[in-house]
Ligand binder design. Structure first.
Ligand code: FE
Length: 201
């Protein structure tokens, strides 16, 4: 099995948001797919380590804001590389609310979709949420950002290290693990990706 083939799949990028009581939160996901047109339904897969995951499981509602090629790396850092358990991710962020009361992001996004969850399937590291499309809008005509576009144009290129250190770097977010051996079950503390997404420094 050549695990690299998984990277040849193409994905979009999205800010997935939820609201539980007065608490707003969001995370970055790359797994939003329309799965039926009649009725209009989408699926999203959300990593169980994300606080947003628990909020959707509880409230059965979410929004996805579709990141465009105008998105800044800071948006990925803000929603992807810190946890809503520790910070208020909406502080200092421009946002609007849809009819379901949940935040959506306009800055660097070209539209949003609201989902009402009708089934949640435990698929391992992630939960697959199946949802009816309840609402949505288009903000502008900027092309949607693909995962490949993010790596080629949005994520800053790694700076050459001044001194050679022993360790592993997360190819998704740039987190550095120092040490000879990366534990096989290691999970990136920033972006929650597994050890297979790390490469030696
Ligand atoms: Fe990472």
């Amino acid at each position: 099995m050549n695990d690299l083939v998984m990277r040849n799949l193409s994905y979009g990028l999205f800010v997935c948001t939820a609201r539980d009581g007065e608490k707003d939160n969001g995370c970055i996901i790359n797994t939003v797919t329309q799965v039926a047109s009649t009725p209009n339904r989408i699926s999203i897969a959300v990593n169980k380590a994300n606080y947003t995951h628990d909020m959707i499981l509880k409230t059965r509602k979410f929004n996805v804001s579709i990141l465009s090629e105008a998105a800044q790396f800071s948006t990925f850092q803000h929603f992807g590389f810190q946890s809503g358990r520790d910070v208020d991710k909406m502080a200092g962020i421009e946002f609007s609310r849809s009819e379901n009361g949940i935040v959506y992001i306009t800055n660097g996004c070209n539209g949003f979709i609201s989902g009402d969850v009708y089934d949640a399937i435990d698929v391992g590291s992630h939960t697959l949420f199946l949802a009816d499309v309840a609402d949505g809008d288009v903000f502008d005509k900027t092309a949607s950002a693909t995962y490949a576009y993010y790596f080629a144009n949005i994520k800053p290129k790694p700076q050459p290290a001044p001194e050679k250190k022993k360790g592993w770097v997360c190819t998704i977010c740039g987190y550095i693990y120092e040490g000879e051996e990366l534990p096989a079950d290691f999970i990136c503390p920033l972006c929650k990706h597994p050890a297979s997404d790390f490469k030696p420094l």
